[in-house]
Design a protein around this ligand. Structure first.
Ligand code: ATP
Ligand code: MG
Length: 225
């Protein structure tokens, strides 16, 4: 469950990235976050995994008030909430397997458990055969699949995806969506920022639309605009 209660985020005196927005996303939902560039989508996602703190209001993930979470609990939050970036942020000097291992090593798992989970994750994103490759040896779509694998490796309850198809061709974008949809069907809550009109319109999910930091629409089975 993700709950925003009258959340605002300002930078300095003049920039309001998010203005007094409230919404609730139940466990297991799949929600698109849409809106023009600068609308506040990335800000909303970053508030959820506490990369940034709200200026006012509260952000709640399950029974945690994220904005009040002590630093010592941040690792638990990041385990619960996986983040997929548009530009992947993979570690270029590590292999596919090692990139996924990174999010498991912080969870105090032993080598055997880590290897088992890497194989499970690579199976989910269908890249078993690339375990020893480096990111530069992969296509963009494959790199994005690894980024998704890394985000869910710690058995995340929530998957935040920030324009995960932004750099991909239509066919590859749909492959990514299939994987995200499957992860959602298995119980993970998904909140995905997207400019991809075709995908948002085809999937007919709940859509939360932002404009200039304001929440301007929140509708089930909706469309891009
Ligand atoms: N660290 C920051 N300092 C100052 N202003 C910021 C900062 N981060 C975001 N903003 C501003 O907040 C507003 C919302 O930004 P945000 O990145 O959330 O938009 P977005 O909807 O994700 O846009 P895009 O579709 O281009 O990714 C923008 O006007 C942006 O310039
Ligand atoms: Mg953004």
């Amino acid at each position: 469950m993700i709950l925003f209660e009258e959340v605002s985020k300002s930078y300095g005196r003049n920039i309001t990235a998010v203005a007094n927005i409230s919404f609730k996303i139940n466990t297991g939902e799949f929600v698109f976050l849409v809106g023009p560039s600068g609308a506040g989508k990335t800000t909303v996602l970053r508030l959820i995994d506490r990369e940034i703190l709200p200026s006012t209001g509260s952000v709640i993930v399950d029974d945690w008030e994220v904005n009040k979470l002590p630093k010592s609990k941040l690792a638990f939050l990041r385990r619960k909430v996986g983040f997929v970036f548009q530009d992947f942020k993979l570690l270029t000097d590590r292999t596919v397997g090692e990139n996924i291992a990174v999010s498991l090593e912080i969870l105090n798992k032993n080598r055997q458990e880590i290897d088992k989970r890497i194989n499970q994750v690579l199976n989910i994103v269908r890249l078993e055969d690339k375990i020893n490759y480096f990111p530069r040896q992969l296509s963009l779509g494959e790199q994005q699949r690894i980024a998704i694998g890394r985000a869910i490796a710690g058995e995340a309850k929530v998957l935040l995806a920030d324009e995960p198809t932004g750099n991909l061709d239509p066919k590859t974008s749909w492959e990514i969506l299939k994987i995200i949809n499957k992860i959602n069907k298995e119980g993970t809550t998904v909140l995905m920022a997207s400019h991809n009109v075709d995908i948002v319109n085809s999937l007919k999910k709940r859509v939360i639309a932002l404009n200039k930091g304001q929440l301007v629409r929140d509708k089930e089975q909706s469309r891009y605009s």
